[in-house]
Design a protein around this ligand. Structure first.
Ligand SMILES: [Cu+2]
Length: 150
């Protein structure tokens, strides 16, 4: 009797574990823009992509609030850190692709004033499987004094 109750409890626990597996759904999260304190200097967009049930490729990013966007990757070459434009980024199924400081990032030129006032801008991510994902990115102002720590 005790043993069969134990087995039932185990069965329920396993079923719950299986149910807790997040469904594989392509999504973009943690989108945020670090606004340059200098008007003419580019700002930077960072985010994380969660892979869906199939492999896909990030093809482009657009925004109605941004004049120009460019995907970049920071790479080491001959001991020097430099940025290279990239045009497509593979997103493996159930994988995770991070655009983060020191790696892949999106250069952002010309954030419109309305978006700056609202503190957010919408970006649309287009993938090779036809998915288009719109997300609001928070615009974070970098104070000039943060860049001059003395
Ligand atoms: Cu760059």
């Amino acid at each position: 009797m005790v043993r069969s109750v134990y087995l039932v409890v185990m069965g329920v626990a396993l079923a719950l574990l299986a149910a807790c597996q997040p469904p594989a759904q392509l999504l973009v999260e943690k989108a945020n823009v670090q606004l340059s304190p200098v008007t003419d200097n580019p700002s930077v967009l960072y985010f994380t992509i969660r892979g869906g049930p199939e492999d896909t490729v990030l093809r482009s990013i657009t925004s109605p609030s941004i004049l120009r966007l460019e995907m970049h990757e920071t790479v080491e070459e001959n001991g020097m850190s430099m940025m290279k434009p990239i045009t497509a980024v593979a997103v493996p199924k159930r994988g995770k692709v991070e655009f983060a400081p020191g790696g892949k990032h999106v250069m952002v030129w010309g954030v419109d004033e309305g978006a700056k006032k609202a503190g957010k801008a919408q970006f649309v991510f287009s993938f090779s499987n036809g998915d288009k994902i719109a997300v609001d990115a928070k615009l974070n102002a970098i104070k000039p004094e943060d860049g001059m720590a003395h």
